[in-house]
Every structure is written in structure tokens, then in C-alpha cells.
Write a protein that binds this ligand. Sequence first.
Ligand code: NDP
Length: 249
Amino acid sequence: MENIFDNLVYIWIAVALLVFPIALFVKAPYGRHFAGQFKTTIQNKWGWVIMEAASPLFFTFFFFYGDVEKTIFHWVLFSLFNAHYINRSFIWPFRIRSGNKKMPLLIMFSALLFNVINGTINGYFLGQLATFDVSWQLYLFYPALLLFLSGAAINIWADNKLISLRKPGETGYKIPKGGLFDKVSCPNLLGECIQWTGWALMAWGPATLSFCIWTWANLLPRALDHHKWYKEKFENYPKERKAIIPYLL
Ligand code: NDP
């Protein structure tokens, strides 16, 4: 069974590697990149709730379904994953100031499908297969946890900063400034990528690695699109600022 699972996850990783070059050329049409191209839409915040809530639901179901003996390492990972997704599904959507903005249903269903698969894969792996009984893995766990927490802190800090750019009722865009925003256009996306890289290293396996690869494959092109958009929209956009990796990209 473990072999079948791993092989399915390798196919899922291959899909991410195919999606990556496509995403470099095709902008995901939500947020600032949605200009009414699709007619069937949902209110932005409800789109976020529905698509993201699938992740903790499927993750939690498969975590408990699996009968591997759960250690403190399993519970730490379980709590971190769910803490992130409870914020993203049930708190963050009600804090963003997106007014009456809409999201295409196509985006919502694509992300929903991703979250069902990703939640299932990671929950099944942690609940049924993951063991933490080899010494190298434990040595890796703590620095990787630090990486995860640093990424989460950057992501939450940057999300908050973006929310604070708009006063209640505003829906326009401003140039974000301060902290990592002086180095890159999208520290929120950088934080998310660091976070799931830490996740993959904390519980090493094809399942957790697949989440890390998917996150980079999705968010690197999105950050490049955001960066290009900022430069086109604001004549005075800081020239030295990169898209997602300070000084590099
Ligand atoms: P964005 O940075 O595009 O938008 C985040 C929020 O901030 C939106 O409400 C947006 O408004 C607002 N905003 C952004 N820039 C500005 C600005 N310059 N001035 C005023 N308001 C602004 O992030 P995404 O929508 O791409 O992602 C949201 C979160 O979800 C991120 O934390 C990201 O890491 C995470 N995510 C994770 C993925 C994964 O694969 N793990 C995939 C996608 C997202 P508006 O909606 O009006 O543009």
C-alpha cells in the first residue's frame, strides 16, 4: 500500500512540475489579476473559505483514520498544519478588505481540488505512514521547525501589512513599504514558500515534499506576475525591489 501511495504522490509531483511552466505564462485570474474575464463568480471571501476549508477537513480526517502510533512529532505537525489553515480558511478571509470583489468559480474549484488532494496526501502520510524513529530525522526536525515558524511569521506579518494598506471600504492598491517589503514585492508569498519547505524537512517524505513543490510552483509565478503588475501600475515603484527572493529574483 505504501508503494502505491508513494507512486501516486510522485505522479502528483510531476503534475506540479508541468503546472509550473504554464503558470509562468498564464496569470491566475484572481485578486488584482481578475478583470471580469469569467462570468461565473463567487464573492471573494466566500471563495477563500470554501476552497481552503477543504484542506484541514481532509487532512484531519485522514490523520485520525491512519493507525500509526502518534508521537509528539505527529501532534506538532498536526497542530501547525491546522493552525495555518484555520487562519487561512476562517479568519483571514473575514479580515481582508476586498469589498464586493469576486473570484471566478473556476479558481475556487481548482484550488478546492488542490486542497482536497493535498489535505488527503499529507493527512494520510502523517496518520498512517510517518514514523520519527531514525536519529537523522530528529536532528532535522528542530531546525526545520524553526524554518516553518519563520516562514509562518513572515507570511502572517506580510498578510497583516497588506490588510492595513486599505482603510475600511477601500479596495484600491498602494505601494507596500517597510521590512521585507523594501526587498521584495511579495513577502507573504515568500513566507508561505519558506513555511512549506520547513514542513517538508520536518516530516520528510514524498507527501510533504509534494506540498512544498506545489507551493513554489504556484507562488513563484504569482509573485513574478504581482511584481510586473506593480512596476506597470506605479511609475515610482522602487527599482531595487525584487519579486520574491531578496537581491535575486
Ligand atoms: P495577494 O498579495 O495578491 O493579496 C492578499 C490580500 O492583500 C488581498 O486581499 C489583496 O487584495 C490585498 N492586497 C495585496 N496587495 C495590495 C496592495 N498593494 N494594496 C492594497 N491591498 C493589497 O495574495 P494572494 O491572494 O495571492 O494570496 C493570499 C494568501 O494566500 C497569501 O498569504 C498566500 O501566501 C496564500 N496562498 C497560498 C497558496 C499555496 O499554494 N500555499 C496559493 C495561493 C495563496 P485584492 O484581493 O483586492 O487583490
